[in-house]
Ligand binder design. Structure first.
Ligand code: TNX
Length: 511
């Protein structure tokens, strides 16, 4: 992705030409080739042509029009057609190497052509195109043109299939609109999985029709004692569809057998002693457990998984399994052995925090590594049995860790994580002895003990989420902090226009 731009021609204005946005794409593309002098300018008559016969391509076109119409004031009709004048999103002619999610983007004077083999690839190409246009295109109100993208070609495809962000909606509840806002922000960086941590000690956030008190009682508070909240199944379906329209698959997490106080408080029969504990609004972990020896526990889990599976178009349901300190080791194994098949019974595949590999789940199960050390023998052994691994090392990828001692939000148990720490590690070679081939990708978890609103979420996620997104997308050959920090700095203007409350880390040369 290294590129040298040709010198500006005779018509250049007196002041220095603005930096070419082809240099500033995040995540770094596989290959960028500038075409000096071939810039494309959006016009009042520009049309967005989409692959004839493809409803999915049309939806990508509508997404792009939705971004560009408010700021440009142009009509930007989305019409089926293969014309390469104006903007074209086509499912033909892409080189084979773009694979399932990659694209080829060409900007010439005549138009912008994105070619891909799937709508996901077109969507990724559209995210790159947004970054080639001036930041003002992201505004929700009409802006003064011109809206020009530099000439060039981008050939691009992801390193990993799993490029995730996780949001903890259990410790503090986030409204559907707040979750959608985060979805919009992560989509710009080609994140394609949103893991929702839906249940924990402090709250149960999804309506379960067969166990209604989970939401109505278990969802009635949050850390600090606020009112909490939950998603009705209808609201949750709408969130899943909103993410899907941005080519993001939601992975729901029902955390078990620990982190279950909200459920235990809602139904006394789930407790071994038959007594429901009070709701919990503190931030301790590791004190609760479902009752492993009771039959009703598995009836409960079966019912919950049935309803969650019916709301989940994706392949995975995350069953948690972390910090089960109130569950004995044999009980933990017994529980996981019983629950993993229940996930399969409802047509889904289990993923879980890496502790769950101790129970030896089947090879299709995926483990999410969150350790603070680079040694993890259980995880290496699981990979040898065929389990895929997603990397979320806490000292690198946890967006809730403070940047430094002065960060007003967040925790620090895994250490301070400034932007360079978040960026400077190789997911393919991080855990000792874990073969790169076992790594499915990366995920940036955002735990919400200290976060109550979108401003807090954004302050912790930006600019580190784009760092983790780049580790998930870009080839390792492009990895370079000196380049990344400059490209990151160029994003700030866009974040200001979008109203993203980012942390202006002194490590980044903001302009
Ligand atoms: C550990 S990491 C947890 C969460 C906390 C988080 C805070 C993991 C799987 N469990 O319960 O919210 O630390 O950083």
């Amino acid at each position: 992705a290294l590129l040298l731009l040709g010198s500006v021609g005779a018509a250049a204005p007196a002041q220095a030409a603005p930096e070419n946005p082809l240099r500033h794409i995040v995540p770094a593309p596989v290959e960028v080739t500038p075409r000096p002098g071939a810039a494309f300018t959006l016009g009042a008559d520009t049309r967005i042509h989409t692959q004839p016969g493809s409803a999915d391509a049309r939806r990508v076109g509508e997404f792009l029009a939705g971004v560009l119409r408010p700021s440009t004031g142009y009509r930007l009709p989305v019409v089926p057609g293969a014309s390469t004048r104006g903007i074209a999103l086509l499912l033909t002619g892409a080189p084979r190497e773009v694979g399932d999610e990659g694209y080829q983007l060409d900007v010439t004077r005549a138009g912008v052509v994105v070619r891909a083999r799937t709508a996901a690839g077109l969507f990724a190409g559209v995210q790159t195109f947004r970054q080639l246009l001036p930041a003002k295109v992201e505004a929700k109100t009409r802006q003064q043109g011109p809206f020009t993208a530099p000439g060039g070609r981008v050939l691009d495809h992801p390193r990993y299939a799993h490029r995730g962000a996780m949001l903890d909606v259990a410790r503090h509840f986030f409204s559907p609109d707040e979750v959608k806002r985060y979805i919009d922000q992560i989509a710009l960086y080609k994140v394609n999985r949103l893991h929702l941590h839906l249940t924990d000690d402090q709250g149960w956030r999804l309506e379960i029709k067969s166990w209604p008190r989970l939401a109505t009682h278990g969802g009635s508070t949050e850390v600090g004692g606020g009112p909490g909240g939950y998603y009705t199944q209808e609201q949750y379906r709408d969130l899943v569809a909103y993410a899907a329209a941005r080519h993001i698959t939601v992975i729901p997490e029902i955390d078990m057998p620990g982190h279950t106080n909200a459920a235990l408080a809602s139904y006394p029969e789930l407790n071994c002693d038959g007594v429901a504990p009070p709701l919990y609004t503190g931030i301790d972990v590791g004190f609760s457990s479902l009752c492993i020896t009771k039959d009703i526990t598995y009836k409960f889990v079966d019912d919950v998984l049935r309803e969650v599976a019916a709301l989940t178009p994706g392949r995975y349901i995350h069953i948690g399994g972390d910090e089960a300190h109130a569950t004995t080791d044999p009980d933990f194994d017994l529980f996981i052995d019983k629950v993993v098949p229940l996930v399969a019974k409802h047509g889904k595949v289990a993923s879980g925090w890496h502790e769950f590999v101790k129970a030896g789940p089947p090879a299709e199960a995926v483990a999410q590594f969150w350790g603070t050390r680079t040694t993890a023998p259980d995880v290496v052994a699981a990979a040898a049995r065929g389990n895929g691994i997603v990397l979320s090392p806490a000292s690198k990828a946890y967006l809730d860790m403070k940047y430094d001692a002065n960060t007003p939000l967040g925790l620090s148990w895994a250490g301070y994580t400034d932007v360079e720490d978040a960026y400077d590690w190789n997911p393919g070679a991080y855990v000792e002895g874990l073969p790169g081939s076992a790594v499915r990708g990366v995920e940036a978890p955002l735990w919400s003990e200290t976060l109550t609103d979108s401003a807090g979420v954004e302050f912790m996620a930006f600019p580190r989420l784009p760092a983790i997104a780049e580790l998930g997308w870009s080839p390792w050959s492009t990895h370079d902090w000196a380049s990344f920090k400059v490209r990151l700095a160029a994003q700030a203007e866009r974040w200001r226009v979008m109203g993203v409350n980012f942390y202006a880390s002194p490590q980044v040369p903001w302009n």
